[in-house]
Design a binder for this molecule. Structure first.
Ligand SMILES: Cc1cc2nc3c(=O)[nH]c(=O)nc-3n(C[C@H](O)[C@H](O)[C@H](O)COP(=O)(O)OP(=O)(O)OC[C@H]3O[C@@H](n4cnc5c(N)ncnc54)[C@H](O)[C@@H]3O)c2cc1C
Length: 319
């Protein structure tokens, strides 16, 4: 293996989890590479305003991404963006990461931080109005809809629990759900039904989002009659599932039935020397702060692993 292409650690994914891990490892003088198939920042770059990152009252996701990237680079971390991984060998003491149309990189440890994405409805106007009235995260954006009338799309536990939490801000929350019943725990259904700010439109789906600067209305289609009508709203929260970006890890590492990476409390996976952090792991709460926390733990555990490995290799060379 070309020594230039060998790192102590390679991190796959330059979101907040990966960048944090990069900051810690580089600062601890481990030769570290972060690779990302997109730009550095991950889902943060999709975020218009971040108001819940401690120590920073309000910042755009783009700015926070740039600060984290600059900080990692200042400690010597290499970052390669817009490169895709085409293959892996995670099994041996030296792991390999093969890039599409590019070189092979090797490392003694790997941290997987590919994040994930909320499931989208995939209808007209959704892409354009994301972050401008359409949200997938009540904790992140609920406060921006104080005294507004909003809709929540979905009928599972997340949709109902988040609808209840959004009534702290919004004056009216209308839940739009495709079936005549919910796929949620009875207590979640009861709580939503007993909240007088929550209204329900059942057996209905969204077929389009409209707005120029921000979301103004949606088209809703009654799935029984087929009738489509326009419905005015200030905001739409969509909770129809979450997809971890782990398709490329199938068969390489232990995933649960939802495709989330299984990790222990130190963020180690079922493969020695391979760690994971952030939204792609099996966990309940997905935020920048939780990704940053996971990234820290993964980096510290990786540091310990690399130090032990160095001692072991030295002992073997003396033996
Ligand atoms: C619109 C929106 C608004 C949000 N607002 C907030 C907020 O206000 N506050 C808050 O705390 N949280 C917010 N969140 C959630 C927060 O952004 C995420 O929890 C956090 O970014 C997760 O970090 P991560 O590093 O685990 O993954 P991500 O941010 O998803 O980053 C993963 C990175 O890995 C890369 N990647 C994926 N697969 C591969 C591959 N095969 N090879 C190479 N690279 C790969 C991706 O390109 C991406 O850059 C918001 C999310 C969204 C979508």
């Amino acid at each position: 293996m070309n020594a230039v292409n060998h790192y102590d650690a390679i991190i796959v994914g330059a979101g907040p989890a990966g960048l944090t891990a990069g900051i810690y490892l580089s600062r601890a003088r481990f030769r570290t590479l972060i690779i990302d198939e997109g730009v550095a920042g991950g889902q943060m770059v999709l975020t218009h305003e971040i108001a819940n990152y401690p120590g920073v009252e309000s910042i755009s996701g783009y700015q926070l991404s740039n600060i984290m990237k600059k900080q990692a680079k200042s400690f010597g971390c290499d970052i390669k963006t817009n490169v895709s991984v085409s293959g892996f060998d995670l099994t041996g003491e030296v792991k390999e990461v093969v890039l599409k149309d590019g070189p092979v990189f090797s490392a003694n440890a790997i941290i997987l931080t590919p994040g994930g994405r909320s499931r989208t409805l995939g209808v007209t106007g959704e892409d354009n109005l994301k972050g401008r009235g359409i949200s997938y995260c009540a904790t992140c954006d609920g406060d921006f809809f104080t005294d507004k009338e909003i809709i929540v799309v979905g009928g599972g536990n997340s949709a109902l629990e988040e609808a209840v939490s959004l009534t702290k801000y919004a004056s009216k929350v209308t839940i739009i759900h495709q079936f005549d019943h919910f796929q949620a725990f009875e207590h979640a259904v009861e709580e939503a039904k007993s909240n007088n700010k929550i209204h329900f439109i059942m057996e209905t789906t969204i077929t389009a989002f409209y707005g120029t600067e921000k979301l103004e209305s949606v088209d809703i289609k009654n799935l029984v009659s087929g009738e489509i009508r326009n419905f005015k709203t200030d905001g739409a929260f969509i909770f129809i599932g979450y997809v971890p970006n782990t398709e490329f890890l199938k068969g390489k590492i232990e995933l649960n039935k939802w495709g989330e990476i299984m990790v222990k409390s130190d963020m180690s996976t079922n493969i020695e020397g391979v760690y994971a952090a952030g939204d792609s792991t099996a966990k309940r709460f997905r935020q920048i702060t939780t990704a940053v926390g996971d990234g820290t733990i993964a980096a510290l555990a990786t540091s310990g692993y690399l130090n032990e490995l160095k001692i072991k290799q030295k002992q073997n060379s003396l033996a």
